[in-house]
Design a protein around this ligand. Structure first.
Ligand code: THU
Length: 163
């Protein structure tokens, strides 16, 4: 028997100003997206902003449903929109954050398991990593250069096809 520990690479930015300009804007666009969230059940407004390789940005937010599981998270809404409408465009980065309640206080959120798996699918599909930007609980940003780093023991099409 052998016990192993996995290390997960991430970068911490003490302030958003340390990010490249396009990523600072992306985080701000995720903030604005929380105001379009439909979250009457959880009151937890999540915003996602997705940057394509060509510089285009799309935003999305969580969309809830009275039948709870029928709702969608912000990240999956964003990535499915791009997959459905711009299947040939590569996704460079995604920023995600939350705004609980009715105020203007923003909070860290990391993609749920379902969203990690969905983002991983697009990363695999485009054969290029997607960078993930998340707020830090005490200010600043945590960045991960690949969704695969969020799912170190992952399942993707390579496993399905035995590659
Ligand atoms: N939510 C997201 O939109 N993204 C996540 O990664 C975590 C959770 C949403 C789902 C639900 O509408 C609300 O946040 C509370 O779970």
């Amino acid at each position: 028997m052998k016990s192993l520990k996995l290390e997960i690479p991430l970068t911490s930015y003490a302030t958003e100003a340390e990010l490249p300009l396009d990523e600072q804007t992306l985080v701000e666009q995720a903030r604005q997206a929380t105001y379009k969230s439909y979250a009457p059940y959880s009151n937890f407004h999540v915003g996602a902003a997705l940057l394509l390789e060509d510089g285009t940005v799309f935003t999305a937010s969580n969309q809830e449903n009275a039948a709870y599981p029928s709702g969608s998270c912000a990240e999956r809404s964003a990535v499915f929109y791009v997959g459905a409408n711009y299947p040939d465009k590569k996704i460079k980065a995604i920023a995600v954050l939350a705004r609980p309640g009715t105020g203007d206080i923003f909070q860290a959120v990391s993609p749920c398991g379902n969203c990690r798996q969905s983002l991983l699918e697009y990363e695999h599909r485009q054969k290029q990593p997607i960078r993930l930007l998340m707020l830090q609980p005490k200010g600043g940003i945590i960045a991960m250069d690949s969704i695969a780093d969020l799912l170190p023991v992952k399942f993707d099409a390579d496993d399905l096809f035995g590659k």
